[in-house]
Design a binder for this molecule. Sequence first.
Ligand code: FES
Length: 572
Amino acid sequence: MSSGFDQMSSWSRDVRFVSGCILMVFATTHFLNHALGIFGVATMEAVQDWRYWFWHSWIGTVALYGSLIVHPVFALLRVAQRRTFRMPAREVVQIVLGVAIPVLLIDHIVGTRVQGSLFGQDESYHAVLRRLWPGLALSQSLLLLLVWTHGVIGLHFTFRARETYARWRDPFLLVAILIPLLAIIGFSVAGREAQMMALPPELYTAQQVDMFNLNVTWAKRAFFGLIGGFAGFVVLRELRARALGAIAVRFVGHGVRRVIPGPTLLEIFRRFGIPHAALCGGRARCATCRVLVLDGADDLPPPGPNEARLLRRISAGDHVRLACQIRPKRDLQVQILLAAKQRGAGPSGAIDPDDRIGKKGLTVMVADLRAFTALSERQLPHELMNLLNRFYDEMSQAIAAHGGRIEAIYGDGLMAVFGLETTPARAGAAAIAAGGDMVRAVEALNREYTNALPLPLRIGIGIHGGQAIVGAVENESMGRREITVGETVMIASQLEAATRRLLSDIVVSAETVSATGRSYRDTVPHKIAVKGRDKPMQVYGFGSTPAGDPRADEARDDGRGAPTAVVEEKPV
Ligand code: FES
C-alpha cells in the first residue's frame, strides 16, 4: 500500500515547495497592499489594480488556485507518510496552522473572488472593507496572521540549513514581523475609512446568498472529506503493518528497538527519543540525519533523487544513508553519524540545531612570539609566566579593541578571528589594525622589561580572510569550546610562519588587503608558496605600524596605487 506512496516523496517535496512559494508571493503582495491602507483606500485601490493585472490573468489564476489546491493536498500526503506523530513542537504548529487556514480562508475566497466572478460582485477594497469591517475584522486579522506564520515557518525550516541564510536571517525576521503588522494597521485604518464613505448599502439577492452558502458548504465538505480520507488511510495502513509483524532495528550505542515496518528511521529516532540531528526537519536538505548502515543495507531501496543528490554533495561513503529518507522493512543495524553524543535533546530526541555552526566569511589572525624556546630556556619559570601573562593581557586588549575574539592560545602563540559580527571588509581592516597595536604593545613590553629580558620580544602575525567553518567542540572534561577551522586558518598560520623569512612583523594576504578597500603605507609585496594552493600567493609584508595612507588612497583612485615591485619567494 505504501511503496508507491513513499516514492512520491522526492518530487512531492518540490511540488509542495513551489506551490508554497507561489502562495507566499501572493500573500506578500496582498498584505503589502493592505499596508497601503495607512495612506487611504484610494492608494490601496490604485495598487490593487496592478496586483489584479497579474493575479486575475489566466497565468496568475492558474498559479494561485492551482497552488491553493496542490499545496494542502501534498502537505496532507506528507503528514500521511508519517508513521509517528512524535515530532518537534514546531512541526505540530505547522500542521495545526495548515489545517486551520483553509477553514477560515474558504469564506474569504468565496466572498470575494468567487462571488465576484459569478455575480460581478464588487471586489474593490472599499466594497470588501465595508463587508468585513468591523464584524469580521478579528477573524480576518487572525487569518492573515495564520497564513503569514505558516509561510514564514515553512521558509525558515526550508532554508536554515543553507549557508547564505545565516547572513539574511535578521533582515528576514524583520520583514517577517513588519509585513503582517503594517498589513493589520493598514486594514484597520482603511476599514474605518470605508465605513465612513457615503455609499449606498450593498443589496444581495436571495440567489447570491444561497450561492455563497452553497459554495462555502461544499468547499468545507471537500476539505474535511480530504482530511477524513487521509485519516482513514493512515488507520488502515497502521492495521495492515501490525498484521505483518515487527522488525528489529539496532542502533549502535542505543540498543535494539522493535518496530512495525513503515516509519522512516528518523521517525523511529523520534518515537524512541534517540538523540539525533535533523536540521531541515526531514526534507532531505541538510544531511545532518545521516547514518551508516552496518547491516541490512542491501534490503533498503536505493536512494531517491533528492537523497542521492545530497549524499553526492557531501561525498558520503558507501552505506551512508539519510535517516529521514529510508523506511526499513527488514532488520537493520545503523550507527548515527552526527550528534550522537550531543546533549540538549528534546523529548523526541531531536537535538536543537546550533545556529552558530556553519561557514562564515572571517578574517583569521595567527600570532606567535618568536624565539620563545630560547627565551624560555633563559628565564626562571615564574618570570616566564609573569611575562606571558603580561603578553596575553596586551594581546587580548588589542584584539578585543578591534572587535576580534581570541579563539585559541597555545603556549607562545594565539589564534584570533575577526568578522563574527561584521562584514569581511571591516573584519580585514580591524585585524590589520589590531596587528599594528599588537606589534606596538610588544615594543612597549620590551621597553618595560629592558633589563629583565635576555633578548627582545618579537612577534610574527599572519592574517588571511576567507570562508571558515565555525562551531564548537564539547565533551565532559573540557566543556564547550568555540572553534574555527578550515583552509583560511591554515593559510593564516602559514603567513605567520612566513613573517620570519620575509622579515616582516605582519604578513597579510593580498586578498584580505584588497577586501578592505584601503591602501596601507610601508608594505612590501611578495609572492609566497602556500600549501594547498597551486600558484604562489600574493601577500604584503607590513612594518610595525600598519596605517591607512591617504596619499596612497588618492594614488589608487587614479591607478597609481598598484605595487611596483614584487619580491618573489622560491617555493618551499
Ligand atoms: S533531516 Fe535533513 S536531510 Fe534528513
